[in-house]
Design a protein around this ligand. Structure first.
Ligand SMILES: [Zn+2]
Ligand SMILES: [Zn+2]
Length: 337
């Protein structure tokens, strides 16, 4: 079957790979319909993704159709459309026992640690498929990206009417934004790039935006009537992550969604004085997928602004390198398989 393999940084190869083996207990065979491209894929292509091994079949944001299920799988039938939760966990370690399958001690993410969905067919555990009778394969391919933001909001246990700051207006920050809005929070988005903020203002009905500068903290205080009680950092940039600390109100929470390779430090007296809670947010869990699919089905999430670029199987090799070009203004590119 047709497959796109990332052989080395900067080198895709279109090749034929073997058909999946016979289904084992709990498994499903799926046809890959749409594949979303995200920062992880772009970093892997650029050779910047830590601990990444080549060759690798990328693809972890998948809108798929069920082709066949093992005899013991009762919740799915051939023909159903699903989003794939690409985080394969062990179900044996302590985090898994706590329901924190997103940070399983031996987590394998499809398309990152093991081969993913940039091929015609693939076998996955049926419990990692989240079905919808209504959504398109394209919408289903967006669910994983959105789930990162939904999970981060869940980590902070937001109250309605809370004032929230989101730092970083990329796809992950915008994901956090829409869920903060769904919870009824008042949201300010901050970024270094005015163009991204304009996009955010035009498409996401955000309360306010702040471009990073000398007065950012005053602007944020103005909008939030004091410092925000929940701050979400979606930059993965050390300087921004350390500055985010300064924006959190007393008794507030700081959630780091992005990450980078260095140590992050913060002033201990401020941490103590304000009794700040700091959370990390990694991947997402099944519950996030189910919630997003039902919100999408109800029309509470508008998926229209999300897909800015479409690629075909035949032009992905040529087009992929352009996706990182800021001039392209890519929010989400989806490959049609
Ligand atoms: Zn992704
Ligand atoms: Zn585990």
């Amino acid at each position: 079957m047709k497959t796109i393999s990332l052989q080395n940084p900067g080198e895709f190869r279109i090749c034929e790979t073997a058909e999946p083996e016979k289904l084992k207990s709990g498994e499903a065979l799926i046809r890959v319909g749409k594949v979303g491209i995200c920062g992880t894929d772009i970093h892997a292509y650029a050779g910047r993704q830590p601990f990444f091994e080549y060759p690798r079949i990328l693809g972890h944001e998948l809108g798929v159709e069920v082709l066949e299920v093992a005899p013991d799988v009762t919740n799915l039938e051939p023909g159903m459309h699903c989003a794939v939760e690409p985080y394969l966990n062990c179900d044996r370690c302590k985090p898994c026992a706590l329901g924190r399958t997103n940070c399983c001690e031996s987590l394998k993410v499809l398309g990152v640690h093991i081969d993913g969905g940039m091929r015609e067919r693939i076998v996955v555990p049926a419990k990692k498929l989240h079905k919808s009778n209504i959504l398109s394969l394209e919408q289903l391919a967006l669910v994983e990206t959105l789930s990162i933001g939904a999970h981060a909001i869940q980590r902070a246990k937001l109250d309605a009417k809370e004032s929230v700051l989101i730092v970083g207006a990329g796809p992950i920050g915008l994901g956090a934004l829409i869920f903060a809005q769904l919870y009824g929070a008042q949201v300010v988005v901050m970024d270094v790039n005015q163009r991204r903020l304009d996009f955010c203002q035009q498409n996401f009905n955000v309360d306010s935006t702040v471009c990073v500068g000398d007065n950012s903290i005053d602007e944020i205080k103005d909008y939030c009537k004091g410092l925000p009680t929940a701050v979400f950092d979606a930059t993965g940039h050390l300087g921004a992550m350390e500055s985010s600390f300064d924006y959190v109100a007393s008794a507030g929470r700081l959630v780091y969604i992005g990450f980078q390779r260095e140590r992050v430090s913060f002033p201990n007296p401020e941490f103590h004085r304000k009794e700040i809670s700091i959370h990390s947010s990694r991947n997402s869990v099944s519950e996030d997928f189910r919630k997003i699919i039902s919100w999408m089905e109800e029309g509470a999430i508008d998926t229209n602004p999300w897909i800015t670029h479409s690629l075909q199987f035949d032009n992905i090799v040529a087009k992929f390198p352009t996706l990182n070009d800021p001039e392209e203004g890519v929010l989400k590119a989806i490959v049609d398989f």
